[in-house]
Structures are given as structure tokens and as C-alpha cells.
Design a protein around this ligand. Structure first.
Ligand code: ATP
Ligand code: MG
Length: 253
């Protein structure tokens, strides 16, 4: 059975999409079958993985109509490993509004994933920077959550809100657990980031991943070129960091 992980933080721009894409690619490189689900109408994950043409069907149609299976696009494949994507597009924004009037609106992604997750070891769900119905769908579908965060004072507020949301979602998904918090854009040259990252390690203890992703222009460039750090020249160091993060995720079951 696949391990389903939502990558979530309602704070914007903290590295959710970057973590989803590169952690997914790292798990692929470790020989896993990985499905990435883009639950953000911004569709940043879809473009970060090189999906340039607007897909004909996206996750939106499958959320609105239970009879439409999730569209799955293969990004990379080898003998034993696979990296695949359920794409999104701006249409997901209106789908979220339409979903409000549907029965079982919070359970739609969970039930759709149940049909396909058997073919994968991991499902990683990228979520939008809000606590709307799309994020709720992701948190209800997931077994576990990875919370990417910056090491800024305002980030602490985001983490607190995230914790409260997870407690709310436990009502519909009692098995939901936090795998860990990842410092996904850390700039150790800044005093504030040094202070906040040590505070985080005190406050969240072992929940904070040992692996820290520093700010690195290659990470940004790879995403803008529509690929992971594993396929981008000069990003070898970043690739090693995401491999270390993936190993920690594997160690945490
Ligand atoms: N470690 C890093 N070093 C440099 N740039 C990074 C790093 N991580 C993320 N970025 C860049 O920061 C920006 C925000 O990252 P990303 O899109 O992953 O955040 P997000 O949380 O998904 O944002 P949103 O809330 O809008 O969905 C992107 O331009 C991304 O390329
Ligand atoms: Mg994003």
C-alpha cells in the first residue's frame, strides 16, 4: 500500500512545491514508484515538472465527477521506479467553488486515490497556500504530513495554524500524523534564520528533519526549467540534500 504524504503549510512561498517535486524525484532515484498530485490551481508543480501544454484533463474533473479517474502522466520511468504526476490547472480554482455543493466534498481526493495508489510506493500531494477545500481534501487523503517552512518569525505563526488545522482534520481522518517539519529555504547567513531554526528544533524536537535545505539558486533555476535538481547541471549538491531528506522520510516509515 502506498504511503500518502501531503506537503502542506498555508503560508505562501515556503517551498511546498519545490519540496514535493524534488523529494518525489529523490524517492524515484531511490527506486520507488512515486505519484505526485498537484492540488494547487497555480499548477506550479505541473510546470516545475515540465508539463508545458495545458493538460486536457486535470485533477479538477476527477474531484467533481467520481466517475472520471485521476489523469496520470508519467514523468520518468525505469525498470523498477516511476515518477508520475496528476496535473492541475487554473480550472481547479472554479472546481473548488463547485465542490462546495457536492456530497462528500472533503473525501473526493481520498476516494479517487484509493483507486490508483496501489500501483505506487509513495503519493505526495502538493497543496495550495490556504486552508480551503483543496487542502482539506489533501489532508483527509493523506496518512502523513510534511510541513516545509522558512526560518522566519512569521513562519512560526504558520506552523501553529498548521497544527490547529491538522487537529481539525483528525475528525475526518484520525490516522493523520506529522512526519516532520523541513527547513526548506534556510539562509544561515541571516541572524533571524539562525535564531528561528534553533528555536524550531527546541520547540518541535525530533519532528524537525535533520536535513536542511539551504537557499540555492540552482533549486530555483531547475524548477523554472521544468525539471528536478536531479536533471539540472550544477545542482548536484542540492540533489544530495534532497536524497538525504528522502532517506529520512523512508526511515520514518
Ligand atoms: N531552497 C531554495 N533555494 C532557492 N529558492 C528556493 C528554494 N526553495 C524554494 N525556492 C524558490 O522559492 C519560491 C517559492 O517556492 P515554492 O513555489 O516551492 O513555494 P510554495 O510554498 O509552493 O509556494 P505557494 O505557497 O505559492 O504554493 C520558488 O520560486 C522556488 O523556486
Ligand atoms: Mg506551491
Amino acid at each position: 500500500m502506498a504511503s500518502i504524504i501531503a506537503i502542506s503549510n498555508q503560508k505562501g512561498g515556503v517551498g511546498k512545491t519545490t519540496t514535493t517535486a524534488n523529494l518525489g524525484a529523490a524517492l524515484f532515484h531511490l527506486g520507488k514508484k512515486v505519484l505526485l498530485v498537484d492540488m494547487d490551481p497555480q499548477a506550479n508543480l505541473s510546470s516545475a515538472l515540465g508539463l508545458t501544454e495545458l493538460p486536457t484533463t486535470t485533477v479538477a474533473e476527477s474531484l467533481l465527477d467520481r466517475k472520471v479517474p485521476l489523469p496520470i502522466v508519467t514523468i520518468m520511468e525505469r525498470l523498477d521506479a516511476r515518477l508520475a504526476l496528476v496535473p492541475s490547472s487554473l480550472a481547479l480554482a472554479s472546481a473548488e467553488a463547485a465542490l462546495m455543493n457536492k456530497l462528500g466534498r472533503e473525501l473526493r481526493l481520498r476516494d479517487q486515490l484509493a483507486m490508483v495508489s496501489g500501483a505506487f510506493d509513495f503519493v505526495l500531494i502538493d497543496t495550495p497556500p490556504s486552508l480551503g477545500l483543496l487542502t482539506i481534501n489533501a489532508l483527509v487523503a493523506a496518512d502523513r504530513v510534511v510541513i516545509p517552512t522558512e526560518a522566519r518569525l512569521f513562519s512560526l505563526q504558520g506552523l501553529q495554524m498548521m497544527q490547529e488545522s491538522i487537529e481539525e482534520v483528525l475528525y475526518l481522518n484520525p490516522k493523520l500524523q506529522v512526519v516532520g517539519v523541513v527547513l526548506s529555504k534556510l539562509d544561515r547567513r541571516l541572524k533571524e534564520e539562525k535564531l528561528v531554526s534553533s528555536y524550531l528544533r527546541e520547540r518541535w524536537g525530533a519532528k524537525v528533519f535533520q536535513t536542511e535545505v539551504g537557499t540555492n539558486s540552482k533549486i530555483l533555476e531547475a524548477a523554472s526549467s521544468g525539471t528536478s535538481v536531479f536533471n539540472y547541471a550544477g545542482a548536484e549538491k542540492a540533489a544530495e540534500i534532497y536524497l538525504a531528506l528522502a532517506k529520512e522520510v523512508l526511515d520514518r516509515g
